[in-house]
Design a protein around this ligand. Structure first.
Ligand code: SF4
Ligand code: SF4
Ligand code: FES
Length: 364
């Protein structure tokens, strides 16, 4: 097949950027990465991009095709070439470009390191005994464990574009991978750290990370689970957590979002005073309803029934907050007064662990 590509070339030393078009002959089964190899081998040896495994394992070949992050070794070119399309290839977003399609992954790794991406088992010496963890417990973090650190999610993260210090989807998914690991004993400390500034609650829920992740990690769902777990632990001092809680209370009680109360409920009365002028402007232009009497939806009982249904089915995080469609495989932090900790497998001194109903029967 004949494949045409437009590639954004970038020379960091000169600061020059240029869109160059290439056309090559490639086997019908060729991927985007194969085509880049052909361009580099036969047309222009100066083209720079990363690769290693060529089979969607190493996470090296993240780049953008027509503005959306992809793994170059995963994208087959046949249908694109047959349709006569000329895709535009560029470097991933939200990371500094080093040359052509190569980005500096240092900021990415810095955020991964910031979430303590290793087990804190709560004991110094594991002893000689093998500790078997039931599959059901590990299923809770199955998706998060699939991450290959390609950065495609980070490339597309809207929140990170606005705030480069936001921990971002990959690091937060990694955080959930350890919060949900039954062998880890630092989940509360982790949740506290992840709930702070630039953490869980700074995600705008745009779902681009979920859409672009080539491995099905679904980082937004991981962030939702972290939010639910943080709430369950009473870690809700962040404005984002308060905001989410008020949404639920408001919808449950009136069937509407009571915007006029949202700001004081989220950031407190004292801080809200400085926004009074802005709020009055909104009122003047009919952007917010008057706070009193609170507007109650005609069929508010339907909203309340929905809330009760979600609560009854256990499909919620703490305070009745549904935290994402797949956050329903939530964790329970089982507190049995230390009996489980005393009998192991992690020994005395270990904390309450995530617990899935029925897990103990399965393990036996
Ligand atoms: S859902 Fe959140 S983490 Fe994912 S891309 Fe959007 S803002 Fe970023
Ligand atoms: S979550 Fe998905 S897109 Fe993000 S780094 Fe991991 S594998 Fe790549
Ligand atoms: S080259 Fe390893 S994931 Fe593409």
């Amino acid at each position: 097949m004949r494949v045409a590509l437009k590639i954004w070339r970038f020379d960091a030393q000169r600061g020059e950027r240029a869109l160059k078009e290439y056309e090559v002959d490639a086997p019908d089964e060729a991927t985007l990465l194969d085509c880049l190899d052909i361009v580099k081998d036969r047309v222009d040896g100066t083209l720079a991009y990363r690769k290693s495994c060529r089979m969607m394992i190493c996470g090296s070949c993240g780049m953008r095709m027509d503005g959306a992050a992809v793994l170059a070794c995963k994208v087959r070119m046949y249908e694109i070439a047959e349709a006569g399309q000329i895709p535009v290839i560029s470097a991933m977003g939200n990371l500094p470009i080093v040359k052509d399609l190569v980005v500096d992954m240092q900021p990415f790794w810095g955020k991964i390191r910031a979430v303590t991406p290793w087990l804190e088992p709560g004991y110094a010496d594991p002893g000689e005994k093998e500790h078997v963890v039931a599959q059901k417990r590990m299923d809770v973090i199955h998706k998060e464990s699939l991450c290959i650190m390609c950065g495609c999610c980070v490339s597309e993260c809207n929140s990170m574009e606005a705030d480069p210090d936001f921990l971002g989807p990959a690091a937060l998914a990694k955080g959930m991978r350890f919060v949900g690991d039954p062998r880890d004993q630092a989940s509360v400390e982790r949740l506290q750290a992840l709930s702070g500034e630039h953490g869980i609650w700074d995600c705008t829920r745009c779902y681009f990370c979920q859409e672009r992740c080539p491995k099905g990690v679904d980082p937004r769902d991981a962030i939702a689970k972290l939010g639910a777990e943080a709430m369950r632990e009473g870690i809700d001092s962040d404005m984002g957590a308060k905001h989410a809680k008020w949404f639920v209370t408001s919808a449950k009680t009136t069937g509407w979002l009571r915007e006029t109360e949202l700001v004081p409920k989220t950031q407190g009365i004292a801080k809200s005073v400085k926004d009074v002028k802005f709020a009055m402007g909104l009122v003047k232009h009919g952007k917010v309803p008057p706070p009193f009497p609170p507007h109650v939806a005609k069929h508010v009982e339907e909203a309340r029934a929905l809330y009760d249904l979600v609560k009854h089915d256990g499909e919620q995080g703490a305070a009745g907050i549904v935290q994402g469609e797949k956050a329903l495989g939530r964790l329970e932090h089982h507190d049995d007064g230390g009996a489980a900790a005393a009998r192991g497998p992690y020994g005395p001194g270990s904390f309450a662990k995530p617990y899935l109903p029925g897990e103990q029967e399965d393990a036996e």
